[in-house]
Design a protein around this ligand. Structure first.
Ligand SMILES: [Mg+2]
Length: 191
């Protein structure tokens, strides 16, 4: 495949840059005693429907992951930060998240990214899941990495090339291009 220009690709955050699912499982395990959960139990994007766990507990954990991504211990996905730094040498990083609040996740990114990469990044917090395309187009992107299958399918219909970041909740029922990890994202743009 022809290499992608780094200026033309953007990234979702949760489930792509950030191991939010891993943090969810860890908190459920350590603080709620839900020891049998694993990431493989999350087979839908909407966790509520796929885990046999009380709704209230799920909501509490997600609120923490949203409001306090740093102190709730969300880690970057393996190799994400080093690959993002490589991208940032060539073009500003662009993130489009469905999160409703920008500030907490901006602080999280600031914690992990080099100052230059963080200062130049573009971050859009939309507050909704289903309308990423106009933002992505306005930012001049042609490719977008996301872990939510419905988002990727909508992008594909609307003229953006999605790359599905493989996760247990998006593995079935599509024929879109996928990436397994950040080494694969690196290989999209660089030799
Ligand atoms: Mg996501």
């Amino acid at each position: 495949m022809k290499k992608i220009n780094p200026a033309h690709i953007g990234f979702d955050i949760d489930g792509v840059v950030a191991d939010t699912g891993g943090a969810f499982i860890r908190i459920a395990n350590e603080e709620y005693g839900l020891h049998s959960l694993s990431l493989k139990d999350i087979t839908y994007y909407e966790v509520v429907g796929s885990l046999d766990v009380e709704r209230k507990i799920i909501d509490e954990i997600f609120k923490r992951l949203h409001d306090e991504p740093l102190s709730s211990g969300i880690q970057p996905m393996e190799d994400a930060i080093s690959v993002l730094h490589k991208y940032a040498e060539h073009a500003p990083l662009t993130f489009v998240t469905a999160r409703p609040q920008k500030e907490p996740i901006a602080m999280w990114l600031k914690h992990f990214l080099k100052p230059a990469a963080h200062e130049n990044m573009r971050l859009v917090a939309m507050g909704e899941h289903d309308n990423k395309t106009p933002y992505i187009k306005n930012l001049g992107l042609k490719y977008f990495v996301d872990d939510r299958l419905q988002t990727c399918q909508k992008l594909a219909r609307e003229g953006i090339t999605p790359l599905v970041y493989n996760q247990p909740w998006n593995m079935n029922g599509h024929d879109l291009q996928t990436v397994d990890n950040w080494q694969a994202i690196h290989a999209l743009c660089f030799d």
